[in-house]
Design a protein around this ligand. Structure first.
Ligand code: G16
Length: 576
């Protein structure tokens, strides 16, 4: 050990000679806090250009390491991270590779003993969760801005997942944020970049970096849940599938499992090579952004089944011939038929959905006598329920479904699930959903997004709604009366933690709902999300176009919130 001061203000606190006979050193560098490093719905997401500022990423990762190391008994920096293994990987978007190198050098300097790194810096979000769980690591760092656009002027993101494989809870993310605001120094290795593309072990300071196959652990989990022989048989008999990976990280996983292992013809997975800018696609699998898939599924020679995934492959969209399945319906249908899948044959422990997700799954849960939980938006809120064995399936309106097999939503898992349902029943996607509606009724559902509005306009709109809430119950709008109006708060049934201000809810006496919420994943201005839902039991009235069926609720929302006047927008920028 040696102490020295370098010209750039960095302090040399240790060194070691390597076999290459160059000097690697762990140095401390003075730094200053950056404002706004508070993680949102799912980690810290900012423009790439923000992350490229010197020491921006470093500060956040140092703060994370400090929090994970914890204080010792005397309140000094502790060593909880020392000797531990972390998982590292991302969705391959622009800045992924550079960020991986930086994080490795910080991890090495902050006591991490070993990193399991996805080859090329690649790990889909569900795969990262699977690796954390299978290797029982301390946790993992995932680099992704999910469905947000990529490229040099696009978005980048980072989040920490705990040892259960799931996104860190709010207590931890708030502690990291607090730490970012008082940080004065970084502890980092000045070693040269390592080779992140070759499988195998390398050394970085005292830390081992094991470059792993990004698909292997994930594929093993899928094999344990689904009947691969059944799926192989489907493709052998000519079943046709089109999976749009949107030039994002899901491509290699879908190719390896669907094409290489299950025998789907080459070309089943399209846009299958992850590109740093997603080839200018917006990798958000909804009918607007995945329009190419929608067009293929509407063609006369449409495949039997279509699906898309997002930037980090945790979201999914399920499409039949001429038929798009809403994420809320998807969760309900999966819940109703779960026992057809080997991994769920013994039944479900319970189900959970985020508050803005439609109540379609609630009806299935009631019929099957399952517990059904309503949580705030954000997959992290499912973690405790899954860990405590209270639920098996979870889902969100934002094209996310998943189960207890990992602690993230999982795009390819959902595709394999729907494929299996078709294989086990011999029914098409459309038939499965229409029969579901006949049995349980239909929850017409849409989400209207008002994107890129001024932050103060959005905040004022929400604040005004909160003020208006007490006067709303009992108010009559046409045929409907407001039965409840509140700002959704959640008490976690496992640890008792309380999360307030999770969205304004207007519930009506006929089961209809209007919900207002601000997005927590955007990087520019604010996005207001308006969620509309109406229940129709009568099969004869289940075939209206969705926007038409919900037009009266949209009008009520406008009357209550004055969105158009406040934003100057004639309508939502996206309606799905
Ligand atoms: C993240 C969270 C999801 C959440 C979604 C939407 O998804 O993991 O649980 O539903 O954001 O968030 P918002 O409505 O706040 O934009 P992802 O796929 O972006 O990680």
């Amino acid at each position: 050990m040696k102490t020295d001061t370098q010209g750039n203000g960095a302090k040399l606190v240790s060194f070691q000679l390597t076999e290459r006979s160059d000097i690697m050193a762990i140095i401390t560098i003075p730094t200053q806090p950056f404002a706004g490093q508070r993680p949102g719905t799912s980690g810290l997401r900012k423009k790439v250009t923000v992350f490229q500022q010197p020491r921006y990423l470093e500060n956040f990762v140092q703060a994370l390491c400090d929090v994970l190391n914890g204080p010792d008994a005397n309140g000094h920096p502790g060593r909880l991270l020392h000797g531990q293994t972390l998982v590292l990987g991302g969705d391959g978007r622009f800045h992924n590779r550079a960020a991986v190198q930086t994080i490795l050098k910080l991890a090495a300097a902050n006591g991490v003993a070993r990193v399991l790194l996805g080859q090329g810096g690649i790990l889909s979000t569900p795969a990262a969760s699977a690796v954390i769980r299978r290797h029982q690591t301390f946790g993992g760092i995932i680099l992704s801005a999910s469905h947000n656009p990529g490229g040099p002027y696009g978005d980048f993101g980072i989040k920490y997942n705990a040892g259960n494989g799931g996104p860190a809870n709010e207590t931890l993310t708030e502690a990291v944020y607090a730490r970012t605001q008082v940080l004065t120094q970084l502890c980092i290795s000045d070693a040269a970049d390592i080779d992140i593309d070759t499988l195998g072990m390398q050394q970085l300071e005292q830390m081992q970096v094991q470059v792993i196959d990004p698909v292997a652990d994930y594929a093993a989990v899928m094999r344990s849940l689904f009947d691969f022989d059944l799926l192989r048989g489907m493709f052998k008999k000519g079943f046709t599938l089109r999976v749009d990976a949107m030039n994002a990280v899901g491509g290699p996983y879908a190719r390896a499992i669907l094409e290489a292992e299950l025998g789907a013809p080459a070309g089943t997975v399209v846009n299958a090579v992850p590109l740093q800018d997603f080839g200018d696609l917006h990798p958000d699998p909804n009918p607007v952004n995945a329009e190419d898939l929608i067009a293929h599924m509407a063609a006369s020679d449409a495949p039997d089944f279509g699906a898309a995934m997002d930037g980090d492959a945790d979201r999914n969209m399920v499409v039949g011939r001429h038929f798009v399945v809403s994420p809320s319906d998807s969760l309900a249908v999966m819940t109703a038929h779960a026992r057809l899948i080997p991994g769920y044959r013994s039944g479900l422990l319970g189900v959970a959905r985020s508050m803005p997700t439609s109540a379609a799954v609630d009806r299935v849960a009631k019929a099957l006598n399952l517990s059904c939980f309503e949580t705030p938006t954000g997959w992290k809120f499912f973690g405790n329920l899954l860990d405590a064995g209270r639920v098996t399936l979870c889902g969100e309106e934002s094209y996310g479904t998943g189960s207890s097999h990992v602690r993230e939503k999982d795009g390819l898992w959902a595709i394999l699930f729907w494929l299996s349902l078709q294989g086990a029943t011999g029914k098409s996607v459309e038939t499965l959903v229409r029969e579901h509606w006949q049995t349980y009724g239909r929850n017409y559902y849409t989400r209207h997004d008002y994107e890129g509005i001024a932050v103060d306009v959005a905040n004022t709109l929400m604040a005004d709604l909160r003020v208006a809430l007490p006067a709303l119950p009992g108010r009559v709008f046409g045929q409907r009366t407001v039965s409840l109006a509140d700002d959704f708060a959640y008490v976690d049934p496992v640890d008792g933690s309380v999360s307030k201000n999770q969205g304004i809810r207007l519930l009506f006496d006929d089961g209809a709902r209007v919900i207002f919420r601000l997005s927590g994943t955007g990087t520019e201005g604010a996005t207001l999300r308006l969620y509309l839902e109406r229940y129709v039991a009568d099969p004869a009235r289940q075939n209206e176009p969705v926007q038409l069926a919900l037009a009266d609720l949209a009008a009520i929302a406008e009357q209550v919130a004055g969105i158009r006047v406040r934003t100057g927008m004639a309508g939502p920028s996206v309606a799905t």
